[in-house]
Structures are given as C-alpha cells and as structure tokens.
Write a protein that binds this ligand. Structure first.
Ligand code: ZN
Length: 522
C-alpha cells in the first residue's frame, strides 16, 4: 500500500460550493464512524487502546486498523493482525456475535410478522433477554446520523443546483426516517451540478452471514467537465457502433434501451465501506431494484484514483514486462479511454435474446460462465470501438498504437491477483487468444512482451465475433468450452509475474482536503 496524495481542483468552485464541500466531508466522516461500529463490536475499544499508544508498535497498527476498519486484515482473508483469540464474525456487527444462521431463521419462522424488518438492508439484529430484535439504522446509529443529517441540510442551503439540493435534503431525511427509496431516486436525477456525492448505506458484502445488511459509505467528488463532454459526444455514435459489430445483422441488438449513464469525476474524499481495503476506481449505484426498474443505475468513474493507481501500481509492472522500445506508447489517456469504452461496451451487443422460440437473457443462459465472457466482451469491444472512433476521425490516430500497447500492459495487472475472478479470467482468455492469432509477441531472451500491429486488429475482430456469438446464441456449452480452452496462465506470464514482488498492490489515499480543513479551522 503506497500512500498517495489525492488533490482536487477547486478553482472552479464558488465560495458557497467550497463551503458545501467541507460540510459534505464532515458528513462523510460520520460514515467512517458508523462503518467502524458495523464491522466489529469491539472496534471502538480496540481503537481507544491503540490511540493511547502505550506500545511503540501502536501507531503503525493504528494506521492499518484505520485502513481495514478493524483488527482483521482485509488483504489477507480477514486474518487478525493484532492479538485476538477470535476470528472475524461472519455477520460482522450486524447481528449478535454468537448468533448462528439457524437461530435467526428459526426466529423469523416463528415470528413471520418480523420477517421484513429482520431481513431489511437497514436494520441491525440484537438479542435482548433471550429475544432477537431488529433495530432500524436510524435508531442504532442515531448518534452519527443526526449530526450527518444536519450537515447535509447545511450543504443543501449552500448549493444552488436544484437537483443536488433535492438529493441532499431527501438523503438527510432518510437518515432519520430509515426510508432510502426517494433519495435513491433523487440521486439518479442529479444533473448539471459540479459536486457529485453519494452517502449512505449501500453494499451488503460486509454481511457474510446473510448478505442482508448494508454498510455505510460516502464518495464526495467533483464532476470532470472535459471527460463528461467527451462521453456525451461518444454516445452519439452508439447506434453506428452497434451496427459495426462483427456479427450477422440478425443477432444485432438495435432496440436496447438507453444504457446506464456514466459520469466521470475526481474523488475529493471517501469514507466508510468505500475507504476500506482495496480502493475502487468505479462504482455502480443504487442497488435498490425498485429504483433500477424505474430509473436505471448510474456508473461513476473516479479518474484521479485511476490515475494514482496507474502511476504507482501499473507503470512499475509495464516497465518490467513490456519491450523497452515500445514502452513510451504506454499512456494514461489511452488506458482511461479504454476503461470508458469498456464500460460503454457492457451496454452493447446481445442482452435479451430468443432461444427455442422463447425470450430469455444472455446472463440466464450462460449461468456461471457469464461474468467472465461478459468482461472479456467489454474489454475487446472497448478496443474494437476505440479503433472505430479512430477510423471515424473522432479520436486521434496517435491513440491507436498507444491503445494496444497500454492494453497489453494492463493484462499483467489484471491477472496478477489470479484468474478465477471474472476480470482476471477474461484477461487470461484475451491474452491467449490474441497471442495464438499473432497479435501479441513474446521475446524469451528478455522475458518481455510486444504487440504485432498488423495482426492485432484482426485478432480483436475475431475474438469480438466469437464472444458476441456465444452471447447471441446463449450457448452455455460453447461458453464453457471457450473458457476451458483459453483461460490459463501460460508459463511466460507466470514468469513475468514472479518478477513483480516489489510492486505495490494498491494505493492508500491521503486526502488533501482534510489538511486544508484542518488549516482553515486553526
Ligand atoms: Zn466490466
């Protein structure tokens, strides 16, 4: 974990917007406090001991405690990193520590009228005199949510954009009412504002017992006007790009509804669940299915976090594995363009399909193979569509070589953490397929890799065709066979990865706005 200063460009903010941003960071800090309570019931006590600093190791441990939001190492399967005789409870602190699944299930069976509140995303379960009870977050975390409510209200007063005002007010109300529906709807309607924030309980991954309980988090960000404008202009080519896909007309998906919107932002501050462990470069919210039905969902890309990871965790890899004479083609802009095109490409190609005269969907038909095939499709269409936009003159010619070389470098970062994840597996498939078609080259003497520009375009086109046809036909067997054939780590990649032991796994953001706020308040 290498520390990186995360700065933001506040030059375009009005005085009121800057003030609002500080209020929002303060509100977000309460999400840190809540999430710390959600992870483990002894966290508050442990942190107090570490802060007292009676042992020279404590400051280092405290730093790692803050990163993991508790004494369990998020980068090492939650192994405790301080002396503890218990493993991390699977239900975190959402349920009584000693409660088993059976006790919960039995209670719900015997008290069917309490089923909804027990399984709610927004309650904690506690035991009181042999009884289990569900307590709404608004009550359980009142101490943090009441001041967070006030801070959001203050910020709402300061901003002028109506959609942002509406969201901040309705989210503040949700903290007290425990009903998040309307504010999730309002978040989807955010429009034309410079500040983009998401704050509240969202992901349920921390609850490994049932996956019911949502963790508190916040992303405080500023919209990137240049990238957003570019995305807007790219979206005008969507229909043309769909028609340009290398599959027969009959399999094309021309009536797909509008893809989910993408917003590019700079992260100013993050908190809670979003801050713990590995830093994310993109998120897709909200999770409430009712909101997704009515309004869809929104993808937010954190460009400055992507940049920091690129500089610190990416460049050291490509310097080791890419042929020295083409190293100068590796560029952040080419990388980020591919990331954007990847996201956009998820919304292209077959989605709902006909099979045996019945309407069905690609993900249902491809079952557990779907995430891997879909990620490979998005990567490859990301390249294919970039090439299309270069040929159209929309993107510069100079991007062509940069895109392929940078993409090759990225493969090593993706497979570094294994090929069982959808992303890692997809990258292994892509490498092996393109190598087979001559698009990638390996030099065994230096142990480095290169791109054959004459062959890679054809290889990408063929791979796009093969992946799209698996999806278009919903062919589960073909999908399994394809993954079986191409998803493996060849020796040359394994050898290259073995040389990367000293490359940092991830960044640890140090937020400039926090220092700024400290100074302003002295
Ligand atoms: Zn993806």
């Amino acid at each position: 974990m290498v520390p990186v200063e995360i700065a933001y460009d506040g030059s375009m903010l009005t005085e009121n917007q800057q003030e609002a941003l500080y209020e929002l960071v303060d509100a977000a800090r309460y999400m840190d406090k809540i999430f710390q309570r959600q992870v483990y019931n002894k966290n508050v006590t442990i942190k107090m001991v570490l802060q007292a600093g009676k042992n020279p190791d404590y400051p280092v441990l405290l730093e790692y405690f803050d990163l993991c939001f508790g004494p369990f190492d998020r980068l090492e399967n939650n192994k405790p990193f301080i002396n503890l005789d218990t493993p991390k409870p699977p239900g975190a602190n959402f349920y009584p520590e000693d409660m088993k699944r059976e006790e919960f299930e039995q209670w719900v069976q015997q008290h069917p009228q309490e089923k909804d509140s027990f399984e709610s995303n927004f309650t904690v379960v506690r035991r009181e005199d042999q009884r289990l009870i569900a307590i709404p977050y608004s009550q359980a975390y009142r101490e943090e949510l009441n001041p967070a409510h006030d801070l959001l209200k203050n910020a709402a007063e300061l901003v002028e954009n109506e959609s942002l005002k509406t969201y901040l007010n309705s989210r503040a109300e949700a903290f007290l009412s425990n009903d998040y529906f309307q504010s999730d709807m309002d978040w989807m309607d955010l429009n034309g504002n410079r500040i983009e924030i998401v704050i509240g309980p969202y992901e349920v991954y921390e609850d490994k017992l049932f996956g019911y309980k949502a963790s508190f988090e916040a992303f405080v960000t500023l919209v990137d006007p240049v990238e957003s404008e570019k995305l807007h202009r790219v979206s005008q080519y969507l229909k043309e790009m769909e028609h340009n896909l290398p599959i027969p007309e009959e399999y094309m998906n021309t009536k797909r509804g509008s893809a989910s919107p993408i917003v590019v932002v700079q992260e100013v501050f993050n908190a809670g669940d979003a801050k713990s462990g590995i830093q994310t470069t993109a998120f897709n919210l909200p999770n409430d299915e009712r909101v997704r039905q009515a309004r869809g969902s929104k993808k937010v890309m954190l460009k400055n976090i992507a940049r920091a990871k690129f500089d610190k965790c990416w460049i050291p890899i490509v310097e080791e594995v890419i042929q020295p004479d083409i190293l100068h083609f590796v560029k952040f802009d080419a990388y980020f363009n591919h990331v954007l095109m990847h996201e956009m490409s998820h919304g292209m190609g077959p989605g709902f399909i006909m099979k045996n005269g019945q309407e069905t969907s690609v993900n249902i038909e491809l079952q557990e193979t779907y995430p891997t095939i879909e990620e490979a499709k998005a990567d490859i269409l990301g390249l294919y569509n970039t090439q299309f936009l270069i040929n159209k003159g929309f993107l510069p010619d100079s991007l062509e070589t940069q895109t392929y070389v940078t993409y090759l470098g990225g493969i090593f970062r993706s497979v570094r953490f294994g090929i069982t994840s959808a992303h890692g597996g997809a990258n292994a498939i892509e490498y092996n397929y393109i190598k087979e078609k001559g698009g990638f080259e390996y030099d065994p003497d230096s142990g480095t890799f290169g791109v054959n520009l004459k062959k890679i375009k054809g290889a990408v086109r063929n791979l796009a065709h093969d992946l799209l046809m698996i999806e278009a036909k919903g062919d589960y067997k073909a999908s399994r066979d394809f993954i079986g054939k191409y998803r493996y780590l060849p020796e040359e990649i394994q050898n290259a990865l073995d040389r990367l032991i000293n490359v940092p796994i991830d960044i640890r953001p140090v937020y400039v706005i926090e220092k700024e706020m400290e100074q302003n308040r002295l």
